[in-house]
Design a protein around this ligand. Structure first.
Ligand code: C5P
Length: 223
């Protein structure tokens, strides 16, 4: 099994993103490029990072009518992404068409709930119940739609994995120290892996480290 860590290249400058990718490539399994990167650097930027030689995760979080999402998915075929995200709340038909339009080697995973939303925010959008229930509901819908898996937090991956044994689970928001200075409980890469994560998304703990190579190596050593 390869290294499950995908480094989030949330770096505005393409040169800096590429330099960081080159630096840590021996200690991560792939690179995650988000909406910000894609809007700023487009296909050219993705090609530049792909030249580093590791799989690319395009975190574009598609959410539109099925026909439009399918068209967007087709428009990124030539980038050969290993993973692409769509919003689970876009509905079953949107997810089905996204998967049908994706290239063969591309895993399509559903974003369940943005961690920037709390239960009050959810309620204001008309969603009743707990955030956890919403994640489980969208996981079920993504599975029924034929997607490969979902994005979820380290706190949820265990429960989702139990319900969806062969799912592909992408887990962001990881920190090396279980105790993060304040009372907030954070999940370590190792914990998430043990709980069933397929891909571990790590950004700032590597990109903002004094020594990114050492930080990536330290995470790799725990897995
Ligand atoms: O926090 P960190 O820099 O490690 O985040 C890595 C990536 O994961 C970022 O691109 C961020 O947008 C995403 N993320 C997320 N959900 C979280 C935390 C981070 O999707 N709870």
């Amino acid at each position: 099994m390869g290294n499950p860590v995908y480094l989030a290249l949330d770096v505005p400058q393409l040169d800096a993103a590429k330099a960081l990718a080159e630096k840590v490539k021996a200690h991560v399994g792939g690179f995650k490029l988000g909406l910000e990167f894609f809007c700023a650097h487009g296909h050219h930027g993705v090609h530049e990072i792909a030249h580093v030689g590791l799989p690319i995760f395009l975190d574009l979080k598609f959410h539109d009518i099925p026909n439009t999402v399918a068209g967007a998915m087709q428009a990124i075929h030539m980038l050969e992404p290993a993973i692409v995200t769509v919003h689970g709340s876009g509905g079953r038909a949107m997810m089905e068409d996204a998967k049908a339009a994706a290239a063969n080697g591309t895993k399509v995973v559903a974003v369940t709930m943005l961690t920037s939303l709390d239960e009050r925010d959810l309620m204001r959008t008309g969603v009743e119940g707990s955030a956890h229930d919403q994640v489980m509901r969208l996981a079920e819908l993504a599975q029924a739609a034929g997607l490969d898996g979902i994005v979820c937090s380290g706190h949820e991956v265990r429960a989702v994995h139990k319900q969806w044994k062969d799912g592909f689970f992408v887990v962001p928001g990881l920190r090396m120290n279980g105790n993060h200075g304040d009372q907030k409980r954070v999940v370590t890469p190792r914990q998430a892996r043990d709980d069933g994560a397929s891909v571990l998304v790590v950004g700032r703990p590597i990109s903002r480290a004094e020594d990114p190579v050492e930080a990536a190596r330290a995470i790799e050593a725990t897995l």
